[in-house]
Design a binder for this molecule. Structure first.
Ligand code: ZN
Length: 860
């Protein structure tokens, strides 16, 4: 359990620089307030008060004291009052205040000399934009000189939204709207829910700060031998505050538990006071895609439930550890796609807590999932100086990465620690046997869904999958909380989950609400228009639904095309009732209506992508002097947001039939109508390019596997992974479509070819049969290439060398039917010229537009 003193320290860390926000928003401080408080919070330099923002922080707190939970503003002495903890970070005079100050320095990651904030630099802090570290990443050591004028992209001062996470060109920055943003912030701050439950309130505040302060630069000036100068400001106020909170809490607990709450001990930067914990959830893919006999018909719903459930396992595993150590959520410094890092105090209590959490969690996972899913938890120790010294952070990351690697290959040991499954068989009843969904656990009478009886866990997954569509908020409660609907199996035998519409105020007051999350709102719209902010978790993807606007004759005709008459009514009923589109329905969207019925192939495109060279980017992407921990966490947050915020938003607004199976960390797994998937891929690469400031050193690779909707999901996963690996093996920065790896840049050219082929077909300049012939000729081109490369001639294949004459023959026969002889010659010449060029494209890239055309024009 977290105690209130710890929470207060975290809060002070989180808000210590909030004055920079109000200062830039030109919040006026009354003269008498300045007069009586200046000497308290602001240090002096050559007879002048500096660090104006500390006073603003104090004023913000004073002005808003009554909006804080009472428990956090109470204090036994001035040394530990919230206002002094937060505002005296440049002038600390108690050990606790010194802790915030140390954490502030540590979070900045530099041996920061105290400098005067005067007007000797040219621009005011208000005008200096937040730049992006994404622009400054190079894995080939080609960094530009580190001057503000060398960088072109900045973030607009705005609330976090699917649009505002994209950097803009510097000249589009204009006058930042600090005032407007600050007003929104204050309104939302005063309205933060769950004030009677400080821990929940604190989590909502953390999200509010992410929303309002992630586009605001923290430090804007630095000091050189020559004086003050503007710096490349690439850490947001949010990231800086949050990391300060994490370091401060760890230090506070460390000095409390080691009885060393004194200034000298706090200033000791040699001792290993910190522990960095890394958690990894293993077996995510196997778990999501594992299947039994009857999953195909429920595949979409079950996938949704399961992929959400793994996100939940990872969130709650991190929470379990926090809870055991007594840390707030701000101590989780990175968290993406089943992997998280926590900053904790290096004490015996902590290491015991970690050991306990690891055992409990894995024991539960073994009991419920028979080892299919497990969690690796490792940690390393670190001192203040380890974080600060040149390359220190890279070394720490390498060290913990190595520890995780060992743990991963030592999975058996994780399982051993957890215990064994003793009464497996006792669980089963002769009446219901084994669960038809997982084929593993015992089915139960109480878990009937349609004609099947499921096991408790699968029943939970299907339920979650269904509820997720309707509700935006979930509460994580203690397992004894009085809820209307409960999970059959509380997670880790500790957490219950409820989909809620209200705030569960009563339960929260009883201390039974552990988290209260908004899981949909943020990516559902480009503006956060709510009057209240709930802590949000981007752990929910987008799922195509049968929504009202689809209930038209045209779409229904498409969705039921090719089905037997008697099935159509049933399909419609299920659609309207279930609302989640099944894979069969999604595939149907690939069909196109033509004059005589539908054309095309109702197939799915399964899409898998991830960022190239990710490990190198994290370890060596930034220039050595910039490799600070806060840049590491900032980078992780940025990359994660692209996948967890932008992708679901893009699907929801532009690609409504694309299902996000998972999107987070650095990778992406989607499924949609195969035709949409190819256009999506092009859009994704453009957006990613824009997101990373057109930095050619941060690239993606992807693969699309096209298949029929009744293919087992496991096959889909494996085949799309293969396509992705092929793109990587062919040089990265590529996408594999129809087994052809092409550069992203080539997609446009390929699209042009397809359009050209379509035009010729539509204008009846070429025939369908020529298109099929071209496919045979393309195969000959491939054979020819092999023959030439290997310089061995299998006589039976030498025929391939004749593809040109074959092409000539078929084009002349099939082109420009019904036209005059002269026209035919002209048309044939143009078409031949183009076809030869296309057929000779590297890697048989012509296969992509050709096969697209063949599949799209086929009668359905
Ligand atoms: Zn089951």
């Amino acid at each position: 359990m977290i105690n209130l003193e710890v929470l207060k320290i975290a809060l002070a860390g989180l808000l210590h620089d909030i004055g920079k926000f109000s200062e830039r928003a030109e919040r006026e401080i009354p003269a008498n307030y300045i007069a009586s408080n200046q000497s308290l919070y602001q240090p002096e330099y050559k007879g002048r008060y500096t660090h104006q923002h500390s006073l603003h922080t104090a004023y913000f707190l004073d002005e808003n004291y009554k909006y804080f939970p009472e428990e956090l503003t109470r204090h036994s002495s001035d040394a530990v009052s919230l206002i002094n903890l937060a505002s005296k970070h440049h002038k600390p005079d108690s050990p606790e205040q010194l802790i915030i100050s140390e954490a502030d320095h540590l979070s900045s990651g530099i041996e920061r000399k105290e400098f005067e904030e005067t007007d000797t630099y040219t621009r005011s802090a208000r005008e200096i934009p937040l730049m992006t570290i994404l622009e400054d990443i190079s894995i080939t050591n080609k960094w530009k000189e580190n001057k503000p004028e060398n960088f072109n992209f900045v973030y607009p001062v705005q609330m976090l939204s699917p649009n505002s996470i994209f950097p803009i060109k510097k000249d589009e920055y204009g006058i930042p709207k600090y005032k407007e943003l600050y007003e929104k912030f204050i309104t939302l701050f005063r309205n933060l829910p769950h004030k009677s439950c400080p821990k929940l309130w604190f989590e909502h505040l953390d999200s509010l700060l992410l929303l309002c302060c992630s586009s605001i630069p923290s430090a804007t000036v630095g000091i050189t031998e020559k004086g003050f100068k503007e710096i490349v400001s690439d850490i947001s106020l949010y990231d800086h505050g949050r990391l300060t909170a994490a370091f401060a809490t760890a230090l506070y607990i460390y000095h409390s538990q080691t009885n060393s709450m004194d200034k000298n001990s706090i200033k000791d930067r040699e001792s290993e006071k910190f522990i960095i914990i890394e958690g990894n959830l293993y077996g995510i893919q196997d778990f999501i895609f594992s299947e039994g006999g009857s999953t195909v018909k429920n595949a979409a719903k079950l996938l949704r439930g399961r992929s959400f459930y793994v996100s939940l396992l990872s969130e709650l595993a991190a929470d379990y550890i926090l809870e055991q150590i007594g840390l707030p959520i701000t101590s989780i410094v990175t968290n993406a796609a089943g992997k998280f890092k926590i900053i904790a105090p290096n004490t015996e209590e902590t290491t015991n807590a970690i050991k306990m959490a690891k055992e409990k969690i894995n024991q539960w996972l073994i009991e419920k999932f028979y080892g299919e899913v497990s969690i690796g938890i490792v940690y390393i120790k670190a001192s203040y100086n380890d974080f600060i010294q040149q390359n220190g952070v890279s070394e720490l990351l390498k060290k913990i990465g190595k520890a995780s690697e060992i743990q991963k290959f030592d999975k058996i040991n994780i399982l051993k620690n957890g215990g064994s499954v003793t009464n497996y068989l006792n669980d089963f009843s002769s009446e219901f046997g084994v669960c038809p969904v997982c084929n593993r656990r015992a089915a139960r009478g109480r878990n009937k869904i349609k004609e099947d009886n499921l096991c408790d866990i699968c029943y939970d997954h299907v339920k979650i999958g269904k509820e997720l569509v309707h509700e935006n908020r979930i509460a994580i409660t203690t397992k004894d909380a009085n809820l209307k609907e409960k999970l059959r199996v509380p997670v880790f035998d500790k957490y219950q989950l409820a989909f809620v519409t209200g705030e569960l105020s009563e339960l929260a007051k009883e201390g039974k609400v552990i988290h209260f999350w908004d899981i949909n709102k943020l990516w559902q719209s480009d503006k956060y228009s709510e009057e209240k902010i709930y802590s949000f978790k981007l752990i929910n993807g987008y799922v195509p639904r049968f929504i009202e606007e689809m209930d038209t004759d045209e779409i229904i005709e498409k969705l039921t095309y090719g089905e037997k008459k008697e099935d159509k009514i049933q399909i419609l009923e299920t659609l309207r009732e279930d609302t989640i589109l099944s894979f069969h329905h999604i595939a149907k969207f690939a069909l196109e209506k033509s004059d005589d019925g539908y054309v095309g192939v109702d197939a799915l495109g399964v899409f898998k992508a991830d960022i190239d060279n990710l490990g190198t980017i994290f370890l060596k992407g930034l220039r050595p002097e910039k490799r600070t921990f806060s840049r590491y966490t900032t980078l992780s947050r940025h990359l994660n947001l692209f996948f967890t915020l932008h992708i679901p938003y893009l699907c929801r607004t532009k690609f409504k039939q694309i299902y996000t199976i998972f999107a987070g960390g650095d990778d992406l797994f989607l499924l949609g109508p195969w035709t949409d998937m190819i256009s999506f891929a092009k859009r994704l690469s453009e957006d990613f390019n824009r997101y990373t400031c057109e930095n050619s050193e941060i690239t993606l690779s992807a693969g699309i596997y096209i298949t029929k909707p009744d293919t087992p999901v496991l096959t889909m996963a494996e085949q799309s992974e293969k396509a992705l690996e092929y793109a990587k093996a062919s040089g990265k920065n590529r996408i594999t479509i129809f087994n052809v790896p092409v550069r992203w840049n080539d997609l446009e050219y390929i699209e042009n070819i397809r359009n050209q082929l379509n035009r010729w077909l539509e204008e009846q300049l070429i025939t369908r049969s020529l298109i099929y012939k071209l496919n045979e000729i393309l195969e000959m081109v491939r054979q020819e290439r092999i023959i030439r490369q290997q310089q061995i001639s299998d006589p039976r294949k030498l025929n391939a060398l004749t593809w040109r004459s074959k092409l000539y023959y078929h084009v002349i026969r099939n082109v420009g039917k019904g036209k005059t002889k002269e026209d035919r010659i002209n048309i044939a010449t143009e078409i031949l010229e183009n076809l030869v060029k296309w057929l000779e494209m590297p890697e048989e890239a012509f296969r992509i537009p050709l096969w697209q055309t063949i599949y799209m024009k086929r009668r359905a």
